[in-house]
Design a protein around this ligand. Structure first.
Ligand code: SAM
Length: 213
């Protein structure tokens, strides 16, 4: 992200309940080792500074949330904001979200996958670096349980349209279902930091939700 420097983390903060690397995740997969309670699991790929994880964990305490982020400093920053609030149903993981789904998460294990404002990789020759590719979407479909949801938001219309075409051509998802925009009730009442930035700039946000039948 082209972004401001992050504030320094409090070295006294204990991140042990809220931070793992991809390599530290249990194999074979066992989320009971990661969270305080067994609950439906939602994964966010590219969790950035963790606003979604924080808000989701607070407003939906009956679910567990795992955010995976390839930039270590963002993953640790997210873990710190979760630890400060003592959120035991949310975990920040440092690593590649594509590998997490491809190599670690088994079939039908998730209740939702969230991808918000993925890096657009504008040049055509770089499109293969996009997170939302055909193999990743196949893994999303495979790892979601029945009625599991994929949430995808972006500010890049061309990426949005191309992804909707991929989903229609290569998966059996029901959708896209429309997602209404809601007015924020306070300064951090946005799905993610990138949604906040886009909305404050008065640029459009494209949102879609898909359900595995
Ligand atoms: C444009 S930012 C959006 C962050 C956040 N979702 C938001 O909306 O504020 C995209 C994020 O995805 C992360 N990312 C890119 N590829 C990834 C991957 N394969 N696995 C995990 N994170 C990834 C980047 O490091 C970056 O933090």
């Amino acid at each position: 992200m082209g972004r401001r420097a992050l504030p320094k983390l409090d070295p006294q903060l204990n991140l042990s309940a809220n931070f793992r690397t991809l390599e530290e995740l249990p194999q074979p997969w066992n989320p009971s080792e990661l969270f305080a309670m067994d609950a439906p699991l939602e994964i966010e790929v590219g969790s950035g500074k963790g606003l979604f994880l924080q808000n989701a964990a607070l407003t939906c305490p009956e679910h567990n949330f795992l955010g995976i982020e390839v930039a270590q400093k963002y993953a640790r920053f997210t873990a710190a904001r979760l630890a400060k609030r003592d959120l035991r149903n949310a975990l920040a993981v440092h690593g590649d979200g594509l590998r997490l789904l491809r190599e670690i998460v088994p079939d039908n294990a998730l209740s939702a996958v969230h991808v918000y404002f993925p890096d657009p990789w504008w040049k055509k020759r770089h499109h293969k670096r996009r997170v939302l590719s055909e193999p990743f979407l196949a893994d999303v479909y495979r790892t979601l349980g029945p009625q599991g949801k994929l949430h995808f938001w972006t500010d890049v219309k061309a990426y949005f349209d191309a992804t909707l075409e991929l989903i229609a051509a290569h998966t059996d998802f029901e959708g896209p279902l429309a997602v209404p925009e809601k007015p924020p009730e306070h300064d951090l009442d946005f799905r993610t930091h990138f949604e906040r930035r886009t909305r404050l700039n008065e640029d459009p946000v494209y949102r879609a939700e898909f359900i595995k039948e």
